[in-house]
Design a binder for this molecule. Structure first.
Ligand SMILES: C[S@@+](CC[C@H](N)C(=O)[O-])C[C@H]1O[C@@H](n2cnc3c(N)ncnc32)[C@H](O)[C@@H]1O
Length: 336
């Protein structure tokens, strides 16, 4: 039974969070092609709040499609999980969808150690407190939090301390990655992280991927008329200003472009300069031309075909698929 929520700080020096400022400066000063800022800027406490607003909006089909898929298939998915498994959720967010799976595992009386990983500590504490209330007095499911990034987590799992905390030497480890988050990174990085997660025959990954290809519903979900997505994206610039300790980005100078690129099966969001701008970044001038774009985040839409290609590239097996028929939202079990 969960009486208190334990959060372990696994942030490592030199990993993403500690170095977010340095990464931001590096990205802004990178010469040549398209400029970008780290998508991690979007996920501070304010960003979590703004994202929660998005997920409850009727236009945001992806959240509902995934929740409906997980709710309808929870028993079957839970059956594929061995008793005694350690479930490690990457980018757990509010854990609401996860609750549906953990409840099914509870009904199946499977002892499970659940670890939720995320980068925002207050919302992690809140999510796990809600989860513990949701699960009630489950004697099968224990819950703890890990504060850190994906990279921190993979480093931690290779360390003695991480293996001890999660007790994964002789137990099955199931990574859980919901919310189509795997497609927020470049394809090669997704392949690489999947390969690194499934390094042993004891590990597997349950990942959900949005396969919708309908331009209208995608555009509506990612650029709602009431500006919810825009507020979320603009918060990335506010976070950048906080990190740089200077008012580098003046909100009035920037527009947003949020567009579906059908040929790449990607929705991409950019900050677009309304005029020529000189940014002073860490004492250096970065010149931005009028109309120049800074990449904020990508959300790709992969069908089963792309997931199969990802598995092939990572050298892992696609063991099971559960697909929601309306938006083609998929939940895939990968193993080796
Ligand atoms: C799209 S939301 C999904 C949240 C939740 N899994 C869901 O499906 O509703 C992405 C989540 O991943 C977290 N996140 C993003 N990048 C991360 C990183 N590099 N390391 C750890 N967490 C990250 C964010 O803080 C956020 O909570």
């Amino acid at each position: 039974m969960l009486t208190e929520v334990k959060i372990h700080d696994i942030r490592r020096p030199g990993c993403d969070l500690a170095d977010l400022r340095a990464k931001l400066i590096e990205d802004l000063r990178r010469p040549g092609s398209e400029k970008q800022i780290p998508s991690l800027l979007l996920w501070d406490e304010k960003g979590q709040e703004l994202f929660a607003d998005i997920t409850t909006a009727p236009e945001y089909y992806a959240y509902r499609a995934e929740l409906s898929l997980l709710s309808q298939r929870a028993e079957g998915i839970a059956e594929s999980v061995k008793p005694g498994t350690v479930i490690l959720e990457l980018g757990a967010g509010n854990c609401k969808k996860t609750g549906v799976l953990l409840q099914a595992l509870h009904r199946q009386r499977k002892p499970i150690s659940y670890f939720a990983l995320d980068v925002a500590s207050d919302s992690l504490i809140q999510s796990l407190a809600q989860m513990s209330r949701f699960l009630g007095k489950s004697k099968y499911i224990s819950c703890q939090g890990l504060l850190g990034s994906y990279e921190d987590c993979l480093t931690f799992l290779n360390e003695e301390e991480g293996q001890k905390l999660l007790c994964i030497r002789n137990r099955h480890l199931l990574f859980l990655w919901l919310g189509n988050s795997i497609t927020n990174m470049p394809w090669e990085d997704s392949v690489d992280i999947v390969r690194r997660m499934l390094w042993s025959s004891n590990s597997a990954l349950l990942v959900s991927v949005d396969g919708n290809q309908n331009p209208q519903s995608i555009q509506m979900a990612y650029d709602m008329p009431d500006g919810k997505n825009r507020r979320f994206l603009r918060n990335g610039l506010t976070h950048a200003n906080l990190l740089l300790d200077e008012g580098v980005f003046n909100a009035g100078d920037w527009d947003l472009e949020a567009k579906w690129y059908a040929e790449d099966k990607e929705h991409r969001a950019y900050h677009v300069a309304k005029r020529e701008i000189s940014l002073t970044v860490d004492g250096n001038i970065v010149q931005i031309a009028k109309g120049e774009k800074i990449h904020a985040i990508t959300s790709a839409k992969w069908t089963t075909e792309e997931v199969e290609r990802l598995c092939e590239a990572a050298g892992v097996e696609l063991e099971h698929s559960w697909i929601e028929p309306v938006y083609n939202f998929g939940c895939y079990l990968l193993g080796n």
